[in-house]
Design a protein around this ligand. Structure first.
Ligand code: URP
Ligand code: ZN
Ligand code: ZN
Length: 472
């Protein structure tokens, strides 16, 4: 149905202006003043911003991990995402060594099909490089439109790949037009430190953080950057948490390397002391890399502001406290790693970032949507408000004050890591391809509405280094 959004303030990564939007056939058909169209439904966005839908580049929905499966699947996870102002997610498709990639991708399609209420794509995990994998990769890109590969440098004996695999993935990605993503922590050193901690009787959740210090993240980040330089390839470092890793990314970028960095809301507002909460509650805050000492937060905010880090992912990977996190009572290595973040990503960036003057409104849009669309082959279909783009839109009231709580969130999980945090600003209505998914804070979407996104090759919508400094 044709719609006109009136009286809102449109915000993109570069501009802020008042205009109406005409939506036809799921796309933005016109932007202008006093738009009229016979039969169109008129939506009043007075007092609100109109943002491009958020794009979450880092989710783990319905994912087996740590002897259990994440609580949020593609239905609850995408509903929560939509409430939070996200209209596209890119989820990580896990692979098993020796198994055809096609089979893993099929498994992920089956998880999402009939469930997702917003659009979605997949990144593909590379567990090892074999002749079979190398033969399949071009098809993964051409047929599935999966143009980003993920290599884990940590989780020894679970997901961890060796440096040879990382290097060969970088080389293959360069040839094929894909972006390599890394979880950058030194898994071998962590393995040693965790075994040592347990042998010394240190079993509490805080030891999760103490056995994965920032140096192991900085080291792995630097190593990944060096291998990227050697391969002449491109790299995206996921969930950056600390000064040591930011420094390596900044050094690489200063050298002119094609290296990008993502952080997550939890690292911007929570710190390591949360893992010391009594009654095993610290387990709610166990994910990898871990929360850091508070001073790292300022480094991360500055890095977002000055462009050393460019994106915000949620790293949504939710487990109930009861029955799931509790698997690690008496042994912190058995606590499933991950937290429920998909719903609060956009709000936290707005409230803590824009409202507190740490980033501009246009930077906010770039960090939570536009840059992600460009890096992951979705721009300009997604990630902006322009004629011809999908009408993925968030009508956002910037003045509402509210308190984040598990009692009101839409994730399926039994706690919220940001419980009690006051935020300003809230998505009121959210549209995906011109249809309301959330309307006046009520869910009106449909499981199965979300479409799978085949993404363009890396670099096809890349912005030049010169234009990289954002309007401030
Ligand atoms: O602890 C985390 N982050 N769990 C999800 C898997 C990953 O490392 O991203
Ligand atoms: Zn990770
Ligand atoms: Zn993750």
């Amino acid at each position: 149905m044709t719609k006109i959004i009136k009286n809102g303030t449109i915000v993109t990564a570069t501009d802020t202006y008042e205009a109406d939007l005409l939506i036809k056939d799921g796309k933005i058909a016109m932007i202008g003043q006093h738009l009229e169209e016979k039969g169109a439904e008129v939506i009043d966005a007075k007092g609100c911003y109109v943002f491009p839908g958020g794009i979450d580049p880092h989710t783990h929905l319905d994912m087996p991990f740590g002897g259990t499966v994440t609580k949020d699947d593609f239905e609850s996870g995408t509903i929560a995402a939509a409430f939070g102002g996200t209209t596209t997610i890119i989820d990580f498709c896990l692979t098993n060594k020796g198994e055809p990639l096609k089979k893993a991708i099929e498994t992920w399609h089956n998880k999402a099909k009939g469930k997702a209420v917003i659009d979605y794509g997949f990144h593909l995990m590379i567990s090892e490089i074999t002749d079979d994998v190398l033969e399949e990769l071009p098809k993964v890109i051409a047929e599935e439109g999966i143009t980003s590969f993920k290599v884990f440098m940590a989780y020894k004996n679970v997901f961890q790949a060796d440096d040879g695999t990382l290097y060969r993935t970088l080389v293959a990605a360069k040839e094929l037009g894909a972006l390599v993503m890394v979880h950058a922590e030194n898994g071998d050193v962590i393995d040693y430190l965790t075994k040592k901690a347990l042998a010394e009787g240190n079993t509490e959740p805080i030891y999760h953080a103490l056995t994965r210090p920032p140096e192991v993240e900085g080291e792995a980040t630097g190593r990944a950057c060096q291998l990227t330089e050697l391969a002449g390839s491109q790299l995206y470092v996921v969930h950056v948490t600390c000064a040591q890793a930011v420094e390596k990314i900044a050094q690489a970028r200063n050298k002119g390397l094609d290296v990008w960095g993502e952080t997550c809301p939890q690292y911007l507002v929570l710190d390591q002391s949360y893992l010391e909460k009594p009654d095993f509650e610290g387990a709610k805050y166990v994910w990898s890399p871990p929360l850091r000492e508070k001073w790292h937060q300022e480094v991360l905010w500055n890095a977002l502001k000055n462009g050393q880090l460019q994106t915000l992912g949620s790293d949504q990977c939710s487990f109930d406290f009861k029955g799931q996190k509790e698997l690690g009572r008496g042994d912190f290595t058995k606590i499933p790693n991950g937290g429920p973040m998909i719903e609060d990503r956009v709000s936290i960036l707005f409230s803590e970032g824009v409202k507190k003057g740490r980033i501009t409104l246009n930077q906010f849009v770039d960090i939570m949507s536009t840059r992600i669309a460009k890096l992951f082959g979705l721009f300009p279909k997604k990630g902006t408000i322009a004629v011809g783009s999908d009408a993925d839109l968030v009508i956002f009231d910037p003045d509402i004050e509210r308190v984040i709580s598990a009692e009101t969130h839409h994730m399926a999980v039994d706690y919220n890591a940001f419980e009690g945090m006051k935020v300003t600003g809230e998505p009121v209505s959210v549209l995906c391809r011109g249809e309301f998914v959330v309307r006046d804070k009520q869910f009106v979407g449909k499981p199965g509405y979300g479409q799978y996104l085949k993404r363009a090759k890396y670099g096809t919508s890349k912005i030049s280094k010169q234009n990289e400094k954002l309007t401030i």
